[in-house]
Write a protein that binds this ligand. Sequence first.
Ligand code: MTE
Length: 324
Amino acid sequence: MPARIRPTGFDHPRTSEITSRAVYAQRRDLLRLLAGGAAGAALAAWAGREALAAQALAGTRSAVPGAVTMEKPTAYKDATTYNNFYEFGTDKADPARNAHTLKTRPWTVEVEGLVNKPRRFDIDELLKLSPMEERIYRLRCVEGWSMVIPWVGYSLAELIKRVEPQGSAKYVEFVTLADKATMPYVGSRVLDWPYTEGLRMDEALHPLTLLTFGMYGEVLPHQNGAPVRIVVPWKYGFKSAKSIVKIRFVEKEPGTAWNKAARQEYGFYSNVNPDVDHPRWSQATERRIGEDGLFAKKRKTLLFNGYEAQVGQLYAGMDLKKFY
Ligand code: MTE
């Protein structure tokens, strides 16, 4: 079933196209919106977005095992108005309200450190580096809520293999934008800016780790980390750094924003784990955003957020209570 066809103004792809029609349509749509910028994105009605999200339920887009859940995607409105993006404020509603000041063009991502081919990518180069896929991931926040979001991007591994990491590169550090001129809370004392995150090399190379440019078939809204972020679905949401400007390959475990802010509460690994409580609350259950009516039951949180079959091997033999 063609997945991304818009009701009007859509140029049908040629049937000779080798890429599957759905993927092609989706990519073309995304690129077209990117070219049109925010004005283009604003044209799509809420209803259209919801319909696209619903269609995603029927589709298998990414071929990566585990990359598509059949659970109902969170409403676009919830996913874009209930956010954590502390550069724009600490209230969940702040990013949607304040992130319009973020300038996503021009944008470059510097890839550096222990690689044979360090390179600065323009965002438009990065968009074309590998075919876009849709992945419908559960994202579990450390605060006890979760969402299901259809993301658009490609495996971070695609980028990594092009820069040829050296044998000594054991970790990948993500550095995000910290621009006082456009991000009102950069400089506040909540976190040590820039917001940084990190993954072990095998985690970064895992096909589920998504270099993300869009969601719900459109470019990322500013508040969700435009123009490029990562999404690591088996880890608490804070590992999924937004608005990335630098990807650095290093030998030692890098510092991360939340670990620096509260070492006892947020470890480097931060794998979703119902058996390892946060020091101030249980992690055994979660509230699915959009299901918080009077009778909505909390859901049981799953080990590795339900991606154990895909990623469990990465942690074989590790004490997950120690490496939280
Ligand atoms: N990235 C940056 N640069 N700054 C942030 O404050 N918050 C993190 C993560 N990435 C954050 C960030 C947290 S705590 C979560 S839960 C997710 O982004 C939220 O992503 P979403 O708003 O797209 O759901």
